[in-house]
Design a protein around this ligand. Structure first.
Ligand SMILES: *Cc1c(COP(=O)(O)O)cnc(C)c1O
Length: 410
């Protein structure tokens, strides 16, 4: 066998990240392989939320905007995220959702090159990205073109205004070479907007070195900011003064408390704020980002690679002959931190696993996906998960009618 339970335990004992697991609340007996969809709860979040609610809101009330630095939270947390993604501290700000930030940046970027009519994206990109792109394109008078992954480079030309790509694909986990694709777009005079939802907090990123100009990313996945956590957006320094957000709220004004009728954009990244920041949610996101304190992203990624290889080998060995097909690339530089399999009954398998306290997720029509989050996942977890999957497949228990009931959010 490729890995015994004892060997898995030994790997956990030697894991440089093993103490990070204690930073999270993980229900006993549960194997959580969905941190790429909703990151686990950091212990510090519980105490911090209590403090923000009881002291900052409850006692200090409105004074906390200044005395507890609420007003700076979007920038302060943005700077912490910047450190994880290879950006300068003032190039990232936390605001709104991924969907809304995509909208703001697509419309803002479009006006930089009014003679270029095409917004280009990938077929099968995460649907919210394409939906937002369609609306933003309509307003910005762009033509949205959605092409297959292998046709993107060919389609890039003098018509391309903006290339909208998700760095790591939500389903298969395939990853674009950010520097290379940015270079190709730049070569024809187009800009690129990266969606980092499945990469920020999962792997080392260097947006500046890759020449990235625009990006958005998610707060509730690998950054562990809690359900519906605010998202972030990145605008390279040299572009900030040239872009205007289409959502011109007072928080993005140069002087929000001057209460003037005219809109004067705040200097720098702050102009991408719209309304009042959600302080409780921001505090939870900050606790989530702080869970990375003292941890080198290279160590996280090295463990992700090892977790992936371990799980792929275990599934191959223990679940052979049951029709599971790994659709994630094997080469680490071509993938993210989740592993996906195709199976005609992926939905039922997923439900049967959840009933057995192994939480992964199903992505229609036939993909079962497992998030590998090095901060709080161990090798023994993967060993256990494979054993349960093996048992479900061997026994055929997934055929029980209760596992075929659809209609839930997973
Ligand atoms: C998770 C995810 C989103 C989420 O968008 P929200 O506006 O936060 O709901 C968007 N794009 C991609 C690629 C994602 O993976």
């Amino acid at each position: 066998m490729s890995l015994s339970a004892a060997e898995a335990r030994a790997l956990d004992a030697a894991d440089p990240l093993r103490l990070c697991r204690d930073r999270f609340v993980l229900p006993k007996g549960l194997i959580y392989l969905d941190g790429n969809s909703l990151g686990a709860l950091p212990r510090a979040t519980v105490a911090r939320q209590r403090e923000v609610v009881e002291e900052e809101w409850g006692e200090e009330l409105i004074r906390s905007w200044n005395s507890r630095f609420w007003i700076e939270a979007p920038q302060r947390i943005g700077a912490k995220i910047a450190a994880l993604i290879g950006a300068k501290p003032h190039e990232v700000i936390v605001a709104d959702s991924v969907s809304v930030n995509l909208f703001k940046l697509i419309v803002a970027a479009a006006s930089l090159a009014p003679d270029r009519p095409v917004l280009l994206s990938e077929a099968g990109n995460f649907h919210t990205d394409l939906h937002v792109a369609s609306g933003a394109a309509e307003l910005a008078k762009l033509r949205l073109e959605i092409v297959e992954r292998d046709a993107i480079e060919r389609r890039l030309d003098a018509e391309t205004n903006l290339l909208l790509l998700t760095h790591v694909h939500f389903k298969a986990g395939t990853r674009f070479d950010m520097a290379e694709m940015t270079k190709r777009a730049t070569a024809v005079g187009a800009r690129t907007l990266w969606d980092l939802s499945h990469s920020a907090g999962a792997m080392p990123l260097d947006l500046n070195a890759a020449g990235a100009e625009l990006a958005v990313g998610c707060g509730y996945k690998y950054l562990n900011g809690g359900p519906g956590a605010p998202a972030f957006l990145y605008v390279a320094e040299h572009l900030q003064e040239r872009l205007l957000s289409p959502l011109r709220g007072w928080m993005g004004h140069a002087a929000p408390f001057a209460f003037t009728d005219d809109y004067i954009p705040a200097p720098g990244i702050a102009r991408f704020l719209a309304g009042t920041p959600p302080i409780l949610s921001l505090a939870a996101l900050e606790s989530g980002v702080d869970a990375f304190a003292g941890v080198d992203m290279e160590i996280i990624w090295a463990k992700s690679i090892k977790l992936f290889d371990t799980f792929a080998a275990l599934v191959k060995e223990r679940c052979a002959g049951h029709g599971l097909l790994c659709i994630s690339p094997r080469a680490p530089e071509q993938r993210g931190s989740h592993i996906s399999f195709r199976h005609p009954h992926a939905f039922e398998l997923c439900q049967a696993l959840i009933a057995d306290n192994v939480i992964g997720d199903f992505r229609a029509p036939d993909v079962i996906r497992f998030g590998l989050t090095p901060l709080y996942l161990g090798y023994e977890d993967l060993w256990q998960a494979t054993e349960r999957l093996h048992e479900i497949l061997e026994s055929g228990r997934w055929r029980e009618p209760r596992f075929a009931v659809r209609g839930k959010v997973t």
